[in-house]
Structure formats: C-alpha cells, structure tokens
Design a protein. Structure first.
Length: 239
C-alpha cells in the first residue's frame, strides 16, 4: 500500500509539473497505458494521480477523448483572477494585522533592490519569482488560517500556468516588483486596508498585462496564418 502511494505521489508530481510548465500543453490526452509506461508506474497509482489532478482542475474528462489537460482560455483566466482577488486581498488584510513586522521589513529591503536582481537573473527569472514565492509564504504564515492557505496554494498552481503565457517583459516585472513593494510596506506598517488596496491594484495590472499579451499572441498567430495562406495560394500548382 505504501509503495503504491509513493508511486501515485511520484506520478502526480511529475504530471503536475509537466502541466504547469507547459510540457504537457492544454488539450493533451493522458491515456492510461501511455502514461503508466512513460512514468514507470502501474495503472492503479496512475489513476490515483489523475484523480488528484482532476480535483486540482488541471485535468478534465472530455467526451470521445478521455482525460485531457484542461484548457486555459481568457475566460478561465478572468475567473481565476476573480477568485484570486477575493483570497489575496483578505490574506493581505490578515497579514497586516497578524504578521511579524520584522519579516516584512526584510522583504521590503529585498523588493526595493529588485531592479538589480532582475539585471542578474536568469532568463526564466528564478530569483525574482523565488522572491515572490517567499512573499507568498510569509503572507500564508502571517495569516495563520490553514483553509485560506490551502485555497491559495491550489490557486497558485493555476497562476504558474498563466504566467507562462506572458512574454518576458522587464518593464512589467519592474512595475510588478514596485507593486509588491507597496504591499509589503503596507503589511509592515500594519495598515490592513492599504495592503488590500495595493493587492487589488497589483492584480488589476497583472490581469491587464496577461490579457494584452494574449491578444498580441492571438493577433500574431492570425497574421502568420494569413501570410502562410497568401503564400500558399500564390505558389504555382505542383510546387
């Protein structure tokens, strides 16, 4: 039983990481035979892993295709941000009331120096997003509410997927860091409503940027398809 559980956990973590990192793209079919062979586990632990991924909202059942990686449309992104706003604004309020001021003062120093961090970061921005993750952890700890922390953890899984849609934009990252700095400063000052408002502004700007990037990518794809179609129609027959 313990061996099966470990195999299930391993399959779950591998598939989750591949979905979040877009190695398994939306619409990818997750056939039991193929995935159990690829992951080196039997079908029972694989089914357990897939059930957990369905509960996470990362996998869904599609008629005629079986289990597939869930789509990530602009409509679903808006829904994610609606939930995110409700949860993160409340978390910021509670962190300002309950948090350790010294922890957020240290984060304030780090976010104030983020432009230097971005200059020396790797292309995937591990250092920057690591700092953001530490802010999330600090807020979760300060909130002291296991139900809220669990809801945020589930939501952040989807947010990592969403982040992959955004083109690397140093100007936006710098602006986002300034928004995070305002959140941290408000929490450190124990100003609950300012912390919530700063969070609202940050989420508004983040969603706006993602929507802009998605529209630009859609427009670029349509332009490339039109050009390909035009080129194809202009070619001599038999080419």
């Amino acid at each position: 039983m313990a061996v099966s559980r470990r195999a299930s956990d391993r399959a779950y973590q591998t598939l989750r990481d591949e979905i979040v990192e877009w190695e398994l793209r939306p619409g990818s079919v997750l056939g039991e035979v193929e995935q159990s062979t690829r992951l080196g586990v039997s079908r029972t632990p694989l089914r357990e892993a897939l059930t957990r991924l369905m509960a996470d909202g990362l996998v869904s059942s599609q008629s005629g295709r079986g289990l597939v990686v869930t789509d990530l449309s602009l409509a679903s992104i808006r829904e994610i941000f609606e939930v995110r706003q409700a949860l993160e604004e409340q978390a910021a309020r509670l962190a300002a009331r309950r948090g350790d001021t010294a922890v957020f003062q240290q984060l304030e120093i780090e976010f104030a120096a983020v432009n230097e961090l971005l200059e020396h970061d790797d292309p995937v921005r591990h250092a920057y997003y690591g700092l953001v993750a530490r802010l999330d952890d600090a807020i979760d700890t300060a909130v002291g509410n296991s139900y809220l922390a669990a809801a945020l953890a589930t939501l952040r899984t989807h947010l990592v997927r969403v982040r992959r849609l955004a083109v690397d934009d140093p100007a936006r990252l710098s602006a986002a860091a300034a928004e995070h700095l305002l959140i941290v400063q408000a929490i450190a000052a124990r100003d609950a409503e300012l912390a919530a408002h700063a969070t609202q502004v940050h989420l508004h700007q983040a969603l706006r940027n993602i929507q802009k990037m998605a529209h630009l990518q859609t427009g670029l794809q349509a332009d490339l398809l039109n050009r390909a179609s035009s080129t194809s129609s202009a070619l001599p027959k038999g080419t």
